[in-house]
Design a binder for this molecule. Sequence first.
Ligand SMILES: [Zn+2]
Length: 135
Amino acid sequence: MYESLVEEAKKARNMAYCPYSHFAVGAALLAKDGRIFTGCNIENASYGATICAERVALGKAISEGARAFVAIAIVSSAEENTPPCGICRQVLVEWMPEGDVVLWSKKAGIQVEPMAALLPGAFLRASMKEQTKEG
Ligand SMILES: [Zn+2]
């Protein structure tokens, strides 16, 4: 079902800029309108400025007007599947709380995880409902 999305993530992985970790990651984000946005990790000499492939793909998508997503495929250079980091889980759940996270590696093959299962009890927009000072 997500084979072609995984292929796009593999292509994006080839663009990774990872001279420090040599850990290449590619992501492909499928929008509800059918468009696919890809991203790769972009490292920086100031390590904290590094951005993950998932957030690069999402940034491209949002800046191109996409607002609803079905799934994101993530492929790395590791032998095992690479799950999204905590920051990416938080960013992804904002945009695809009911979406699928699709992991792939040569060894493990395709693994589909519901976004909701990867970040239970997520902090969402609804979590910010106006509160009175009295609580
Ligand atoms: Zn991440």
